[in-house]
Design a protein around this ligand. Sequence first.
Ligand SMILES: [Zn+2]
Length: 244
Amino acid sequence: MNLNLRQLLLYQEYDMKLQLCLREEEEHKKLLRSLEEMDSAEKDALEKKRTDCGQKEGELRSLEGTIGAMENRLKNLEGKKKRITTEAQADAIGGEMAELIRGKALVEERYLECLEALEADGVELEEACRCREKHRAERAGRRMESELKRKEILRKVEDLRKKLDQIHGQVGKPWMAAYGSLRGPFVKLPYVVQLDGVICSGCHMHLAANLPKWGENFDDAVRRCEFCNRILYVDDGDSAGEIA
Ligand SMILES: [Zn+2]
């Protein structure tokens, strides 16, 4: 086999490993990002629950104030009631007191509702805090694991890039250029594929037009599949691609 092709096949093997590593690394990055997002969403939800509790506590304090003020007014009216002299005055105070008592009952009802809601919130908040601690610990474990794996992959990437650089210089320019031209979204690796009889093993099409022309001189130049444009090689039992 043409030496250029042999080196190019080796280049391709490292390249495929590199692409795999890069995809894996991307997955780890995504996982780390999503862990971060989950953490911050949970933190926001907890913060919101705390704010809700704070608001309810504020409302309770204010209702307590209202109830206290109403009680004072009632006491005042009772004091006044003792000092009244006319029936008309007694009626007026009686009416005012009845209204005040009704109003106070409504405020007290609201107070109890609010107190119940706050208690329920408190239980929920406590549960949410417990869950958060548990989730944080779990996420920390996953993050550490993922970061370690990512570091390992990055080391591999560096190593593979060095190897690729080395081989790059050893492959003839036309072959390397043909390989580079295939990079992109349209053709998937491998770019260098075996010509299996008359079939391109990259796209599995039947090559008819160029085969007779190439004949014995197949190895002389870069030969491409007329359908998928991949670079073709013929396995003459001398194929390369072994990576130590
Ligand atoms: Zn093809």
